[in-house]
Ligand binder design. Structure first.
Ligand SMILES: Nc1ncnc2c1ncn2[C@@H]1O[C@H](COP(=O)(O)OP(=O)(O)OP(=O)(O)O)[C@@H](O)[C@H]1O
Length: 475
């Protein structure tokens, strides 16, 4: 980590200390480091200007983000210097790609620059992986954003410096990952791709032009926590993922696969799942001469896909994403405590993605169907009114106490559930032995369902214009 929570952070991108010694374990030469930088640079260039890669789908007509700093609305300390280094590695920061919008372009490019980072407050370390570290800061206007920079004490930079003994070159190698991610965030814009707000190149103490990206802030995905939330919220995450995978399969760049697909590559923003870590995304499909070349390997099982007449493994990129979605998300989040009438459809989604019998399009169509059945109330099984208690209706009132706990409640100390309509609220109350009353609020969930508190009694009813109390009158 660059700085501990609560302590004063360095300026974003600032180096925390002196270069480590090259050390005796150094293997590769500077030429090898230059070769690696060039390979990453060329990959970034491909994504920033390119349409689909080989084997990928339709061409792209949209214009590109400005790879180099100084684009519209951005502030930058100095003009770009894209001259190559003597060792043959490309210069840093990179020059604009041929497809970059010129000044005055009206594209939806990132808007925040270095000026936005001058007066940030409340900086907190959020997390880091092999390459990057993420901080939460508050902009002068009060909005909290995430800043991402190469982690100077991270694994990637450390192992490169041990191997090549070249701190600046190693910084540049790692920064190309961040740059690739920035280009992809911009080119793959979608409600389930983290939004890029901007970026800044600024000098750190010993490295010129370190890159910091400014993005939407999310909360890390905690599987244990997700397993304790309502089915409705868990379904939202699976639907977000289905929509994301559909977008990636049909992206302007071609079919994008996430080679490193784990829950930690995603964050939650207002209950929506968004991908944040795109440095391991790949667009190129796998070339083949026969289906033996098209094996998708996972720890628990392998799949062999067909080799197309054009010599590419068919739909390998989307199927890799889909199986990962199955094994990390769908299998845990979709079926459990779902409304019983939706279970067969949910089970078929889990089975078909686990067997890779459906592609991304069919999977999303089925997830959207679940949403429709749930949102429209069609999932409700016809319950007979016979034997049900009568409920007396007390408009403009609530029951402040007399709570009991239920699972999975939206509220820790009480039983707060979402319902489609009054009949469903009555059914729930009838099915809970403790329930003697319920209070309908004016709050709704993401699908538009109303939140209802279920109560053990109604000895103390008080006025509340935003709520309606229903008390069990007979039974
Ligand atoms: N916008 C964000 N808001 C909140 N947390 C974030 C955000 N982006 C990333 N994180 C958190 O920071 C961690 C590190 O970020 P990131 O995954 O980009 O780094 P990395 O070095 O590429 O990691 P890895 O080694 O997993 O590839 C993530 O695991 C995630 O939990």
């Amino acid at each position: 980590v660059l700085f501990a929570p609560g302590s004063e952070p360095p300026r974003p991108g600032q180096s925390p200390g002196p270069s480590p010694d090259p050390g005796p374990g150094r293997r590769g030469g500077r030429g090898e480091l230059a070769r690696q930088i060039r390979a990453r640079y060329e990959e970034v260039q491909r994504y920033s200007r390119g349409g689909p890669g080989p084997g990928a789908g339709r061409p792209e007509r949209r214009r590109l983000m400005d790879l180099a700093p100084g684009g519209p609305g951005l502030q930058r300390p100095r003009p770009p210097r894209a001259r190559p280094l003597p060792d043959g590695a490309p210069g840093w920061p990179p020059a604009p790609g041929p497809g970059s919008p010129g000044p005055g372009s009206s594209g939806p490019g990132p808007r925040l620059g270095c000026a936005a980072l001058r007066n940030v407050s409340g900086a907190q370390y959020v997390g880091s992986g092999y390459t990057k570290a993420v901080y939460r800061v508050r902009l002068p206007g009060g909005v909290a954003v995430a800043l991402k920079a190469v982690d100077f004490s991270g694994h990637d930079l450390g192992s490169c410096v041990r191997e090549f003994g070249a701190r600046r070159g190693c910084y540049r190698l790692a920064a190309h990952k961040l740059l690739k991610e920035m280009v992809l965030l911009e080119r793959l814009r979608h409600p389930n791709v983290l939004q890029l707000y901007g970026y800044c190149y600024q000098d750190s103490e010993d490295i010129p032009d370190t890159l910091t990206t400014i993005t939407e802030l999310g909360a890390p995905v905690e599987m244990i926590q997700l397993l304790q939330t309502s089915w409705e919220d868990r379904f939202r995450i699976c639907l977000s993922l289905g929509r994301l995978l559909h977008h990636l399969a049909h992206s302007p760049l071609g079919s994008v696969t996430l080679l490193d697909f784990r829950p930690r590559q995603f964050v939650l923003v207002d209950g929506e799942l968004k991908v944040t870590d795109l440095d391991d995304a790949r667009v190129e499909e796998t070339p083949c001469t026969g289906s033996a070349d098209c094996t998708l390997e996972f720890p628990a099982r392998n799949f062999t896909l067909p080799c197309s007449a054009q010599g590419w493994c068919e739909a390998m990129n989307e199927k890799r994403n889909l199986y990962n979605a199955y094994r990390f998300f769908f299998t845990y989040l979709l079926p459990h405590s779902a409304p019983p009438s939706l279970r067969p459809l949910l089970d078929s989604i889990v089975n078909a993605t686990g067997e890779l019998t459906w592609g991304v399009d069919e999977t999303l169509a089925q997830l959207e169907k679940v949403l429709h059945l749930y949102r429209s109330g069609q999932y409700l099984q016809n319950s007979t009114e016979a034997g049900r208690a009568e409920y007396q209706h007390l408009p403009g009132s609530t029951i402040p106490q007399e709570d009991y706990r239920c699972w999975p409640s939206y509220h820790h100390g009480s039983c707060l559930l979402s319902v489609f309509n009054l009949a469903e609220a009555v059914d729930i109350c009838e099915s809970h032995a403790q329930c003697q009353a319920f209070v309908v609020t004016n709050q709704t969930t993401w699908t538009g369902r109303q939140l209802v508190f279920f109560k053990t009694g109604w000895s103390h009813v008080v006025p509340d214009p935003s709520k309606t109390t229903y008390v069990r009158a007979s039974g």
